[in-house]
Each structure stands twice: as structure tokens, then as C-alpha cells.
Write a protein that binds this ligand. Sequence first.
Ligand code: ATP
Ligand code: MG
Length: 221
Amino acid sequence: MRLGVFGGTFNPIHHGHLRAAEEAREILALDRVLFIPSGTPPLKSRELAAAGHRLDMTHRAISGNPFFEVLDIECAAPGKSYTVNTLEKLRDLHPGAEIYFMLGIDAFLDIPNWRSPDRLLELANFAVLLRPGSRFADLMKSPHARIGQDVLEQLDEGSPESLRIALKTSREAVLLRNTPLAISATDIRRRIRSGLSVKYLLPENVESFIISERLYCAEKD
Ligand code: ATP
Ligand code: MG
């Protein structure tokens, strides 16, 4: 089985996440994509909705896509969750599965700040998603990827659709030129705080949940 694993705060989940996951599923021929909203760290920021709410929004967002599933393994655990532990659990739950951990270029570049990066890069393959604001050429800054600048610049210019590169472990990263959608949860929260519309940036059933629970609006802070 080929398994995509998409972690994030999903605060809230939006069409940038959903479309990138759907395109990664097709390009990598994944049997399933597991969305795993993170737990709530002890020092949670005012802007971070409760884990239960983020889980609920993720369930709503993926309903209707038979390939997508939500896992509450990070949300259900108290305290901060670490991707390295999540991937170890998933390997036990799905022995023999080929796992692709999906993440945007921005998140891939942040891996050196995560817990046990070297171990993390041994546990799965990676699917690196294009995200407006970052370029594949930025991956030259990653201590984990082995790749030449010219190839990355060609990818930024539009070809090929995807590129497999070796990591410094025995794993690989697939760089995906998914449709760039300049949507971020930070921008969605800012619009809600300012009383602006967020229509078409995220699924309607997520928007209605945010409104009914009065998430991210200034008065609650
Ligand atoms: P925030 O602004 O709160 O950080 P976000 O929009 O970046 O929210 P996250 O939950 O932090 O969303 O992201 C989870 C994963 O999804 C990360 O790997 C991130 O790079 C990726 N991602 C988020 N938005 C997009 C997008 N528009 N296109 C591609 N990947 C995205
Ligand atoms: Mg983010």
C-alpha cells in the first residue's frame, strides 16, 4: 500500500492543503492520504483553535473524498506532538506500507528545527509540495537534500511535473509541481479577525463551522 501522510496544524484546513493533497495522491498513485492535525502544545498561542475543533474541521473538509482519512493520533495525545513519533507509530500500524510524508517547501526547509531530523528522514519518503512564496531553488539551503541548483531552477520554471531527488538518508523526496494556490491559514485568520470574507478559500462546511463556533474572531481573544 502507498500511503500519504499529511501533518499540520490545519488551523484551519483550507483549499491549499486539499488541492495539493489531491494532486500528490494522483501523481504518486497513493492508495490513501491520512490527514493528521497536530495536538495542542502546552503553551498554545491565542490563535490556535482547540485540537478538537481542528479535528472537526478536518473531518468536514475531507468528507466526500474516498481517498482521504483523518487520524486523531496527534490530537488525542496530550501535549506537543512530534512528527518523528507519529511516523514511528504509523510504521507499526501499517507494516510494509510505502509512506510519503507530504509537506510544503516552507515546512521541508524547517525540518532541521524539528525533533530528531536525521531519524525522521530515515522513516519515510517525502513529497514536497509547491507553495507560493517559496521556490524549489530554496531547497539548496536544506542540509538534507542532494541536488543541483540548475535542476531546481528548471523545476521552478515549469518542468518536469515532478522530480525525485535523493535525501542524505536512504530515502527520497519527490518534488511536486502542484497547482500553486496562495492560500494560508494565517491569512484566513487575519481576514476573519478583520471581519472580511473567507469564502472560496476553504470548504463551505469549514467556513460555517468557524462562524458557528466563533473561531478566530477578535472578541474571543
Ligand atoms: P499557518 O499560516 O497557520 O502556518 P498554513 O496555511 O501554513 O497555516 P499548516 O497547517 O501550517 O497551514 O500547513 C500544513 C502543511 O501544509 C505544511 O507542510 C504546509 O507547507 C502545507 N501547506 C499549507 N498551505 C499550503 C498551500 N497553499 N499549498 C501547498 N502546501 C501548503
Ligand atoms: Mg504553516
